[in-house]
Design a protein around this ligand. Structure first.
Ligand code: SAM
Length: 245
């Protein structure tokens, strides 16, 4: 028996399914999307109508490299062009956006554009009165995510190439900030750029364990709530776990 190296390849502790020619039709993928959303609701991960509607609207398959497109609704992170970049599992988006309470009109900043899918979902949620800024450090991944967003018609997402740990002060303060890579501690510029009354969510690594943590900024400082254990690629850049190179 021969072993397909792709079936056994692991990057951060998860198994990547083997690349295949895309075969599924639009209709099949739509059916899978609807089924996934029903499952997320049944699992109690998805409660907000706005986030549910966004997950039904955005075609996740359009944000995935063709050879992995047929796995769009499987609970596995999939590789993206660039250095160690992945599109997170489908359940990760409500897992992050529900505790954040992402809603219409919010000014939202994402660190880690990746495929652009998370930014597209956020754009649907915040609507025309909100703002979505997304920053990506890897130039190859940045081009991929930006192209996906433009092709899908999300020309109103502000996408930036750079170190997201520094945030983007030009549009601060933000109501909501989401870091989609694991950090040792939340970069100070992001805390500064968060509005009083705002919330930030991030995988924070403590003693070798990554905890998805919600920070709420009050008049008198930050409060923290650990939500669950997660597994994300490390944050790069000046405030990251991987030094700039
Ligand atoms: C899990 S992926 C993001 C998934 C993405 N939100 C999506 O929907 O596809 C994490 C991303 O963070 C990026 N990243 C890591 N460190 C960064 C930094 N300091 N600034 C901006 N992006 C960073 C990685 O290159 C990678 O694309």
């Amino acid at each position: 028996m021969t072993i397909d190296p792709w079936q056994t390849r692991m990057t951060q502790g998860w198994i990547i399914p083997p690349p295949t020619e895309p075969r599924k039709s639009r209709d099949e993928l739509r059916t899978e999307r609807e089924k996934k959303v029903r499952q997320l609701v049944a699992d109690g991960l998805l409660r907000s109508k706005k986030i549910r509607s966004a997950l039904l609207t955005v075609r996740r398959e359009d944000f995935i490299p063709p050879r992995y497109r047929d796995y769009a609704y499987q609970e596995v992170p999939l590789p993206l062009p660039g250095t160690r970049a992945t599109i997170s599992c489908p359940h990760s988006y409500p897992l992050f956006y529900e505790p954040l309470g992402l809603d219409a009109g919010h000014r939202f900043m994402e660190i880690g554009l990746g495929s652009g899918y998370g930014a597209a979902v956020a754009r649907e949620v915040v609507g025309p009165t909100g703002l979505v800024v997304s920053i990506e450090i890897d130039p190859v991944t940045y081009e991929f995510g930006k192209t996906n967003l433009e092709r899908a018609g999300y020309n109103d997402v502000l996408v930036l190439l750079g170190d997201g740990g520094l945030g983007y002060a030009e549009h601060a303060p933000y109501d909501r900030i989401c870091i989609t890579a694991a950090c040792g501690e939340v970069p100070a510029p992001l805390l500064e750029q968060l509005k009083v009354g705002g919330k930030l969510i991030a995988p924070i690594e403590e003693q070798g364990v990554q905890n998805l943590t919600l920070l709420s900024k009050g008049e008198r400082g930050m409060s923290r709530l650990v939500i669950c254990e997660v597994l994300y690629i490390p944050l790069r850049g000046r405030h990251g776990q991987v030094p700039p190179g």
